[in-house]
Design a protein around this ligand. Sequence first.
Ligand SMILES: [Zn+2]
Length: 423
Amino acid sequence: MSHPELVIRKAVWKGEEVDLLVADGKILDVIPSSDAMYEGAEVVAARGLLLMPSFTDVHTHLREPGFEYKEDIASGLKAAVHGGFSNIMCMANTDPVNDNAVVTDEMLRRAKTAFPEGGPRLFPIGALTKGLAGEELSPMHEMAEAGCAAFSNDGLPIKNSELFRRAMEYGSDTGKPIIDHCEDPYLAPAVGVNEGEVSSVLGLGAQPDVAEAAQVARDLLMAEYLDMHIHLAHISCRKSVDLIAWAKKRRVKVTAETCPHYLLLTEEALHGYNSDTKVNPPLRTADDVEALLAGIKDGTIDMFATDHAPHAAHEKEVEFMNAPCGISGLDSALSLTWSLVADGKITFETFVRMWTTAPCETFDLPLNSFKKGDPADFFLFDPSDEWVLNSKNMHSKGKNTPFRGQTLKGRVISHFLSGKKIV
Ligand SMILES: [Zn+2]
């Protein structure tokens, strides 16, 4: 056995007290806890702390280039690593849009500058079409080569089904998944409000859940027809869950994500016109939340994602109808989804799978499953630590979250990437 350089002592992994041994930035072994001496190794006492593999977030908006006042790559990655994430996939709606290898290269260069000694890994998502305009396909091959992990037209889904078909065919040659934000824009503009009782009481323009589900249906049929994989972003409603379950029974190659806020909030949160509750797709009903949780349990919904969408205070502090959509999610996603475990709504195994194995296998990203030779990416988590989410303890520049002021339970105590302590 080669010699460990780092030993995490008496941490809890899958209910057992273990010692984690790290050598050369990789997992050397996970063994039942002992008091063995390891000469020359750094020993970290971790009694009472949970050992977790670093998380992967397949859907963030880091705003750089172009909107650095909302977030930049450095601040986004900092929030990520404090929040428990090692792999971050960032969307293409920057300025300029990430629709060519020059922008991709520049994003990766800035990530490296932010953490020159190694840190959270950035995996840009390339635009499917030039300028996200939905007219001309972008050069996906050169972008895949430059390091894009997937392609998506982000919040401007391709309306033209024929072009979408070509995008899937062309994209599949690169071996990178296509991600679709499912929304039929003809069924009402994206206003961040669910059409229903609450929207009529509040007198707000709204979009029905069928706007999402109609496009989910199109994508599923297309994926089946072409026999190609499609990944569906931030699923929010029962109709979509039902459609995905139907497609999975037919062995359609589909994966899907949902976000913490769709599991913990409903449209009722919009009473009071707090623009931090405005998100696209909108917060839905209690029935939708129930369907999403059931979908997570039976495997219809594969993974979590934050849809981290930071905005500046002055942009959100306007009349509800004029505020942009989005929640700043990287700082709180882990604690929020941990509450689902603490409340018995999902199991620990599901929690870990939805933030690690499922996204890494779907997008072919580095994964630590605590097997020998895996990258030593892990964090120590105190499940009993209570903290209040506020503007000061958020590392993201975006403080826009409806969970601000809320007491959260469970916190990242330290985070190691390739065996090096980053937090
Ligand atoms: Zn989206």
